[in-house]
Ligand binder design. Structure first.
Ligand code: ATP
Ligand code: MG
Ligand code: MG
Ligand code: MG
Length: 465
């Protein structure tokens, strides 16, 4: 089954279970709490919050998502992306746990035909109801139902109060045990051998100001399965990057760089990073984000420049990413027509930013070399700031290089200098501080970031477009 067929089959399956299939929403949510759409449920938040009455009580989508919290993993694990597609089915006060579990199982075993013996499930430790459904109605052996804690298996409210509830995840046993080679490993102890493919969230409580949980009158279902991971499992490959979803993108990178995939582990990482980031860049620009030094634009700039840096590691010396984007557009435009509509824009914006960055790298890398030579264990905040402030040299690239050289980086010191500079700039403009947000919050957390610079962003988008 191709990745495209899996997407189609998923939506058709839930349509046959009475769901309304809706198109993907934008990567830019209509939500002041979020920078990006990080999950399939994001467009439905007002319904979960009880602020809006649903038109349909059963919905299924394939949602474009972007997460920056996994960026350090991208290229290094076979399963993490910045941009990815999340398949999801939702119930707004309609069906609940039993149907959600039974249908998820039916889809993976009957439609995708994954062998039952490869599947494990996790549940929240106190969720006996889910345990009973998995054991008695589905027939999963007790030892393959793993009870786990709050950090992984309880979906907290996205803020101090709000709807929340336990979740249950389906994991696939890839058979590739981690270095410890534990025979008795489970999804709780080995996330290399066990690949999380689908998360079912049972939103059944409301958390009040004191943290107490109250049963919700209308319980909801929110599920998410990464299309790339599901496709990897179905196609029997050991990495998302080896699925047919990525094949044309990987071969474009091979063509452009003259480097063959799977010859050199270090280069493989770079090729995967470029493939991943090229999708993120293409989709972000298609949804109206442009490289800048603030908020969403900064995230895009950072992702784009990271891709370029990995191109340099492959030996590329001039703009290339826009050519990879072209392969992304070709491969995905039938499902996401916005890519074809904004093709010119995607290519031009990418190329222009690449050009700027190649200049930066040439100028900044001399200074970086000096800094590395004189730094003993730590690259100081001042040096990091100097690189950024003078050459626009992105801190995360310095972090990457530092890691390779076994050096630490004083991010706190850097952040203090950034903050001071922001305040100076603001005072100079006579502005009131609009958001207490740091560059590194952007780097680390997309979720729950207060984003109050929307007007600014819109103006800028108009100017560039
Ligand atoms: P992981 O533990 O692997 O980081 P997660 O628990 O953070 O995943 P969820 O928030 O539960 O993921 O998202 C639902 C599903 O979306 C996951 O089961 C997975 O299939 C997919 N998914 C999550 N994060 C990523 C990512 N960075 N890249 C690709 N797919 C992802
Ligand atoms: Mg995660
Ligand atoms: Mg997880
Ligand atoms: Mg999960």
């Amino acid at each position: 089954m191709t990745g495209n067929e899996i997407r189609k089959q998923f939506l058709a399956f839930f349509e046959s279970k009475g769901h309304k299939v809706l198109p993907s929403a934008s990567l830019i949510p209509d939500d002041p709490q979020l920078l990006f759409t990080v999950a399939g449920m994001v467009p439905f938040k007002p319904i979960f919050w009880g602020k809006v009455e649903p038109v349909y009580t059963r919905v299924a989508t394939c949602q474009k998502c972007l997460r920056t919290n996994d960026i350090e993993n991208v290229g290094r694990t076979p399963r993490h992306h910045t941009f990815f597609e999340m398949l999801g089915n939702f119930s707004f006060g309609d069906y609940f746990k039993k149907e959600a579990i039974l249908w998820a199982w039916e889809f993976v075993t009957k439609v995708l035909k994954l062998p039952e013996e490869k599947l494990w499930v996790t549940i929240y430790k106190d969720d006996d109801e889910a345990f009973m459904i998995w054991r008695d109605l589905v027939g999963v052996p007790e030892k393959k139902i793993i009870r786990m804690g709050k950090d992984t298996n309880f979906w907290g409210p996205a803020g101090p109060t709000g709807p929340c509830g336990p979740c249950s995840e389906i994991h696939y046993d890839t058979g590739a045990a981690d270095e410890r080679g534990e025979e008795e490993s489970t999804p709780a102890t080995d996330d290399k051998r066990f690949l999380e493919i689908w998360n079912l969230v049972f939103t059944e409580f409301y958390q009040d100001e004191e943290g107490k949980l109250h049963p919700l009158p209308k319980k909801n279902i929110d599920t998410g399965a990464g299309l790339e991971r599901v496709t990897a499992v179905v196609q029997g490959v050991s990495s998302n990057f080896e699925t047919d979803l990525f094949a044309p993108i990987m071969s474009r990178i091979e063509e452009i760089s003259g480097v063959k995939y799977k010859q050199d582990p270090q280069k493989d990482i770079s090729m995967r990073v470029i493939a991943d980031h090229s999708r993120a860049v293409s989709f972000l620009i298609a949804d109206g984000v442009f490289p800048s030094n603030e908020e969403r634009g900064y995230v895009l700039r950072r992702i784009l420049r990271r891709a370029v840096r990995h191109g340099v590691l492959l030996g590329l010396e001039k703009t290339f990413l826009y050519l990879v984007n072209d392969a992304v557009i070709e491969a995905m435009k039938d499902v996401y027509p916005e890519l074809a509509e904004r093709r010119q824009l995607i290519l031009e914006v990418t190329k222009a930013e690449e050009e700027r960055f190649f200049k930066t790298i040439v100028q900044g890398s001399e200074l970086l070399k000096e800094i590395i030579a004189k730094s003993k264990d730590v690259i100081s905040g001042e040096d990091l700031f100097r690189l950024y402030d003078t050459y626009g040299f992105p801190p995360d690239i310095v972090i990457d290089v530092a890691k390779e050289k076994g050096l630490k980086v004083d991010l706190e010191g850097f952040e203090k200098l950034m903050q001071a500079q922001r305040e100076r700039a603001r005072e100079a403009r006579g502005e009131v501080a609009y958001a207490k947000k740091t560059v590194f919050e952007d780097l680390a957390k997309t979720i729950q970031t207060k984003f109050l610079g929307y007007e600014k962003f819109e103006c800028q988008a108009k100017v560039v477009a």
